[in-house]
Write a protein that binds this ligand. Structure first.
Ligand SMILES: Cc1ncc(COP(=O)(O)O)c(C=O)c1O
Length: 402
């Protein structure tokens, strides 16, 4: 018997989730671990958004909606695209409310890619893109981006990665895991490349609002000649601390959206009805909680930058967006996978090994916890930690039996 589809061999269980599951088990057994692995803001969803959702349930908003989403939310998204991104999408047929950006990625790739197509991804990148392309039978081709260029992709690397099969380019700005914000010149180069080679572009802008140092967020879909070839993905998970709501959205030219809606319709029908009313409140209500959250994220980012700079074995590019610091551990005695294990076991910090040379640290944790985590990391790299906080010694065996 061969019960599993062949393509599943190419689709790994997420390393981030693997680490989280391991850590959750250890915590259940009594270990005191500081989480730097998950990209989930540790903030609560703003009250007015929760109230709108509760009101929607009380008002009986509990049945299916249009496959595209409720019209008030599509109109609010259209207004947001226009005001923030200079993108003009018709709420009738150019916007889909999705179950988070994750589902938007899968629906877009299933709708727009054929087996044999190639998708250019600029690595390091959020891993869901690779898996979604595999689900569509397409292949991903990596365009490397380098710390020496502040993780801004270079035209020569794009050209080198392109083949006859290339159909799509994926960009994520601000980026996960690097925190890079693509500047206007980079985006213009990518746009020129896409137009010259008649390529589609997926632009994941989920971290748009989490941006620092007065950086400018530019939507590639708004550059001349890009509207008809760009799908813009965004959502509420990060900007409004709503990861558990599973709410995102897609904007794109009608013929592209017409294909995507048919995948969406046949897979999830619509985003959760009452969550969509929370989305309306998120876009139309006060943005003060988002501004306060970003200010706090920036305070944490600056703390981590300052403390990580004291560790000689690591290096990193100062992130300008998102909620991560991507550290290069080439000069450490262990590779990134061994190091992640050692940090967990010796100093009780959970991190994500991204590849052999890099680790992603998330600052979706309190300032106080980050202060402790940075101290523990400094201790570990200075060789002051062995046996001091050994995980096994903290696990209460009685608790672990319960
Ligand atoms: C770049 C990027 N895109 C998409 C997602 C998934 O977002 P959502 O919660 O809307 O599915 C994440 C989550 O970490 C992400 O980092």
């Amino acid at each position: 018997m061969r019960p599993i589809a062949k393509r599943m061999a190419q689709i790994p269980f997420s390393a981030i989730r693997t680490m989280l599951e391991r850590v959750t088990k250890l915590e259940k057994a009594g270990a005191d671990i500081i989480h730097l692995e998950v990209g989930s803001p540790d903030f609560d969803t703003p009250q007015h958004i929760k109230q709108a959702c509760q009101q929607a349930i009380n008002d009986g908003q509990v049945q299916y909606t249009s496959n595209y989403g409720i019209m008030p939310l599509r109109e609010a998204i259209s207004a947001k695209f226009s005001a923030d991104n200079q993108l003009d999408y018709d709420p009738q047929n150019e916007i889909i409310v999705t179950n988070g950006v994750s589902q938007g990625i899968v629906a877009t790739m299933l709708a727009l890619l054929d087996p044999g197509d190639e998708v250019l991804i600029m690595a390091p990148i959020f891993p869901a893109y690779q898996s979604a392309a595999q689900m569509a039978g397409a292949a991903t081709v990596t365009v490397p981006v380098y710390a020496k260029n502040d993780y801004q992709p270079q035209m020569g690397d794009l050209i080198a990665a392109k083949t006859q099969q290339t159909k799509m380019v994926v960009i994520t700005t601000p980026g996960n895991p690097s925190g890079v914000v693509f500047n206007r010149q980079t985006l213009q180069h990518i746009a020129d490349f896409a137009i010259d080679n008649d390529l589609l572009v997926i632009s994941d802008e989920i971290y748009e609002k989490i941006i620092y140092d007065n950086c400018e967020h530019v939507s590639i879909g708004a550059l001349p000649g890009m509207r008809e070839r760009t799908i813009t993905l965004n959502g509420f998970s990060k900007s409004h601390a709503m990861t558990g709501w599973r709410l995102g959205y897609i904007g794109g030219d009608a013929p592209l959206v017409d294909a995507i809606i048919r995948i969406h319709q046949n897979s999830v029908v619509c985003a959760t009805t009452f969550a969509q009313w929370g989305g309306v409140a998120a876009l139309e209500g006060t943005q003060q909680p988002t501004l306060a959250m970003v200010e706090e994220c920036d305070r944490r980012r600056r703390l981590m930058i300052e403390q990580l700079q004291k560790i000689p074995q690591i290096s990193f590019v100062r992130p300008q967006g998102a909620m991560y610091i991507f550290i290069d551990v080439t000069d450490a005695p262990l590779d990134a996978f061994e190091l992640a294990n050692a940090l967990l076991e010796k100093v009780n910090i959970a991190v994500v090994p991204w590849d052999e040379r890099h680790i992603r640290l998330s600052y979706g944790n309190s300032y106080e916890n980050l202060e402790i985590a940075m101290k523990r990391m400094q201790d570990y790299f200075a060789g002051r930690s062995d046996g001091v906080r050994d995980l096994e010694s903290q696990i209460n065996p009685i608790k672990s039996k319960c």
